[in-house]
Structure formats: C-alpha cells, structure tokens
Write a protein that binds this ligand. Structure first.
Ligand SMILES: CC(C)(COP(=O)(O)OP(=O)(O)OC[C@H]1O[C@@H](n2cnc3c(N)ncnc32)[C@H](O)[C@@H]1OP(=O)(O)O)[C@@H](O)C(=O)NCCC(=O)NCCS
Length: 179
C-alpha cells in the first residue's frame, strides 16, 4: 500500500476518514483506543485549525505536526500515522505518535509499515525519541508497539473513567535510531 504525506488539500477527506475511524472506539470487538466516551467519539471540530496549523509549522517549532496516510488501490485512506511536538519546552528532540488502521485493513501488517515509515522520517529529521500513550486495555496496539521496538516507560492506574469503566494508561517510547 502506498504511504504518503497528507497535504492540506486532503484534510477534509482525512477528517471524514478520522471520524469514521473514531466511531469504532469501544464499539463491539474493538477496544477503547481513545480516552473518549462512546457518545463523544469524533474529532472535535475546534481542534481542526490547530491540526492544520501544525501541518504547516516547521519541525522543532511549537505545535508542529506531520501526518501520513496509507491509500488503497482506489486512493481511499486505509490507515494513518502522525507525529507531533511535545507541549513541553526543551523536548524538541522528541515527538508524540498517534495512529490508526481502518477496520477492513487490520491484521495485514499495515500498522507495522506505518510505524517504520514514521520512524525513518523521524531519523532523517534528526529526532531521537518517539513517545506515545495508549489505553492499557488496547492489546492490539500495545502488541504492535512492542513488536515495533517501543518499550514501556510507565503506567498510570485508573487514569480515566469512561462510560462507567476504569482505564489504565501506558506510556511507551521508541529510540528512533533503534539503539
Ligand atoms: C492497533 C492497530 C493500529 C493495529 O494495526 P494493524 O494494521 O492491524 O497492525 P498489524 O497488522 O501490523 O499487526 C496486528 C496483528 O496482525 C498480525 N499480522 C500482521 N501482518 C499480518 C499478515 N500479513 N497476515 C496476518 N496477520 C498479520 C500481527 O501479527 C498482529 O497480530 P497479533 O496482534 O495477534 O500479534 C489497529 O488495530 C487499529 O487501528 N486499532 C484502532 C485504533 C488504535 O488502537 N489506534 C492506536 C491508539 S494508541
């Protein structure tokens, strides 16, 4: 599958994909993968401008973000990954990761391919660490991150109470150079 950088021109189509993706949050067999109640599992419209701003912001400047999408044979978005700045100062050598694979494309290795793509980009960009936080109940994601070289750096018990359920929150980090 072709993995390419998301440009601003494709942002509206990306939002439609993302909202469809988020509708799976805690639905049926899918684990909760965002700390959002089922009824609020959509992209907050007020965040769209910050997201677009980040896509146009230089790497190393506050708020930067880059997004890549995997496209199927007809050009529809099958999965995505994004890297963004930490909000803290003096952490410009690190970034935060978010990702997802569309429900009909899972368990085919696409998640692993997206991580390799982002890791190679981060290496070329001079970043040293990729960090993430994941709901501890999200076993498919944690297994994928483990296989991709991420190591657990902590876990906060009972971090979220969502839809009457308690969720732990796991932090993981990947050394971009693999060392
Ligand atoms: C977590 C997620 C991104 C994983 O994506 P994915 O593309 O299914 O990941 P992969 O295919 O690389 O690996 C997943 C599984 O498929 C298996 N797999 C990989 N390639 C395969 C292949 N060619 N044939 C069969 N199985 C394969 C892997 O071994 C793995 O199995 P395991 O979990 O039993 O070890 C996806 O499930 C998802 O989007 N979930 C909802 C959103 C989410 O959780 N996002 C992360 C929030 S932090």
């Amino acid at each position: 599958m072709k993995i390419e950088k998301l440009e601003l021109a494709g942002f509206e189509a990306f939002l439609a994909y993302l909202n469809d993706h988020l509708s799976d949050n805690g639905q049926g067999d899918t684990a909760y993968f965002q700390p959002l109640p089922r009824a609020e599992s959509r992209f907050p419209p007020e965040k769209a401008e910050a997201f677009k701003y980040g896509m146009q912001t230089e790497i190393g400047s506050p708020g930067w973000r880059r997004v890549w999408v995997a496209r199927d044979e007809i050009g529809a978005i099958a999965g995505h990954i994004d890297l963004r700045a930490h909000p803290e100062r003096h952490a410009a050598h690190r970034c935060l990761l978010g990702m997802g694979v569309g429900r009909t494309h899972r368990k085919q290795g696409l998640g692993g391919q997206l991580i390799v793509h982002a890791q190679q980009w981060a290496l070329a960009a001079g970043l040293r660490w990729i960090d993430l936080q994941v709901l501890s109940a999200n076993t498919p994601a944690i297994q994928l991150y483990d296989r991709s070289g991420f190591r657990q750096t902590g876990e906060i018990p009972d971090m979220f109470n969502i839809d009457g359920l308690s969720f732990n929150y796991t932090s993981m980090s990947l050394s971009v150079s693999g060392r």
